[in-house]
Design a binder for this molecule. Structure first.
Ligand code: TYD
Ligand code: MG
Length: 460
């Protein structure tokens, strides 16, 4: 057998290198390069000649130069998953031949969601659930417990990618779920199952199969807190869409978010609640991230974020406490840590409020992660409120980006956010001047328009 070719991939960003090095040349992360064995010479020879020439495994016809206007195309055919929130995140349903990676912490509900979707889709097309983690009895038991229709729900307990593809080429499902991609392995590699090489190779085979046959594939991938052992990260470049399932253990709400989507918008959110009978859609999630009644407390501020295409009311909590450490702690849960450090510097420099000797903890209620800069102002107001041990005025919301020179900048769709807050009974809003609607545009909402951080602090 020819000598296996070796390459190195970064488990953080997925970049590939010929030689090992301590730092990834792409993303700068240290010690993230992991050895992978490229497909052995024997296995490559099986790929169609044209595919080998083009370097793209999915090519079926020999490639030639074509004028784009002559290319026959059609809108992507989509199939509904039968779950509205899931369809929303996919960009309006599942596209034929698409490969979708669903990542998330163990136990968050990935298997549950996909089994529920599969049971609904089985009524429209042939499906196959490949389980490498749970036994067939466990999968069947769960389907029964969730009251799912078992009609057409086919499963295969197998982890060898060659066997899986062989079964698939006979049964010809139009949709395959591989749960999980970390359990898959290929005979063509000597690396251990679960290693980056095996995960990558197995996923690549499935992607090729999907493109050649028009079969849609869901890959389930576990991610650790650090971003992933044998990582889904290295798969992100190969697949058409990457969805992450988030939520904290204490809350029953789960958020499905698109990080990459060739067939739809990114950052679209789907919201679910985990219950007795599996995951239920939350079609109108605007107020579920409030802690309920306790928002009139020191250290709490309600913000209106707009992740995806819907406004959401989200509570931000802060705790500021004098620190015994010479290097006080800054901890952000549900927000970016560096952003918090930057905001605290702005608070000092332009608000005249020093928290240098204090530990600062900030938490976004409900396990949702807020990526929008609209959270800046509410975070600072919550910090300030905790520091002074005084709640903000009752029924107050805030949103706005805070600039490095202490200015409060507007965020998109200000009026829509204000209206959403008003429908949930909020009476007062602290926002950027440019987000303030013309007089009285939002009924029942007193809008306090501010231009500088100092004004916002005064208003609070
Ligand atoms: P699971 O789908 O197995 O998670 P993953 O595949 O992401 O590892 O979900 C497991 C969790 O969900 C488990 O802790 C129990 C909980 N759960 C419910 O609360 N209700 C249910 O109906 C089901 C099926 C699971
Ligand atoms: Mg699972």
């Amino acid at each position: 057998m020819a000598k296996a070719k070796i390459a190195y991939v970064c488990t953080e960003c997925g970049a590939e290198f010929n030689k090992w090095q301590g730092q990834c040349g792409e993303c700068g992360a240290w010690n993230t390069l992991s050895e992978i064995v490229l497909e052995s010479a024997g296995a490559t020879a099986k790929a169609p000649a044209a595919a080998r020439r083009s370097g793209w495994a999915g090519a079926v016809e020999p490639p030639k130069i074509t004028a784009l206007k002559d290319v026959r195309h059609s809108e992507h055919a989509r199939v509904s998953t039968g779950i509205g929130e899931f369809d929303r995140v996919l960009g309006g349903g599942l596209v034929e031949g698409a490969v979708v990676l669903v990542g998330g912490d163990p136990g968050i509900g990935k298997s549950t969601l996909l089994l529920q979707a599969l049971a609904k889709m089985a009524a429209q097309l042939p499906v196959l659930y490949v389980t490498g983690e749970e036994s067939l009895a466990q999968v069947a038991g769960r389907a029964v417990r969730l009251d799912l229709p078992l009609e057409g729900l086919n499963a295969l307990s197998e982890t060898g990618i060659e066997q899986i593809l062989q079964h698939a080429s006979v049964a010809r499902p139009k949709l395959i779920v591989a749960d999980s991609v970390q359990t898959l392995w290929s005979e063509s590699l000597t690396a251990a199952p679960g290693s980056v090489s095996q995960v990558r190779e197995s996923a690549a085979r499935l992607v090729r199969y999907a493109k050649e046959t028009g079969t849609a594939v869901f890959l389930v991938g576990h991610v650790t807190k650090e971003g992933g052992i044998a990582g889904p990260r290295v798969l992100e470049h190969m697949v058409d869409a990457v969805l992450y399932f988030e939520g904290d253990g204490g809350s029953r709400f789960r958020i499905l978010r698109a990080f990459k989507n060739r067939f739809g918008a990114v950052n679209e959110l789907g919201v679910f609640a985990m219950g007795e009978k599996g995951l239920k859609e939350v079609a109108n999630p605007s107020a579920i991230f409030l802690s309920g009644g306790s928002t009139h407390q020191p250290g709490s501020c309600v913000m209106v974020t707009r992740e995806g295409t819907r406004p959401l009311l989200v509570e931000v909590q802060a705790l500021v406490d004098s620190s015994p450490l010479s290097n006080p702690r800054r901890v952000a849960v549900g927000l970016e840590q560096n952003r918090l450090a930057m905001l605290l510097a702005v608070l000092h420099r332009h608000g005249g409020v020093l928290v240098g000797d204090q530990d600062v903890f900030v938490n976004v209620v409900g396990g949702i992660r807020v990526q929008e800069t609209a959270a800046d102002l509410p975070v600072l107001l919550a910090v300030l409120s905790s520091l002074r041990d005084q709640p903000l005025a009752e029924k107050t919301i805030a949103f706005g980006e805070v600039g490095l020179s202490g200015e409060i900048r507007p965020v998109p769709n200000g009026e829509e956010r204000l209206r959403e807050a008003a429908t949930h009974g909020f009476k007062r809003a602290i926002v950027s001047k440019a987000n303030a609607p013309k007089s009285g545009a939002v009924k029942g909402m007193e809008v306090i328009a501010v231009e500088r951080l100092a004004e916002a602090i005064e208003a609070a």
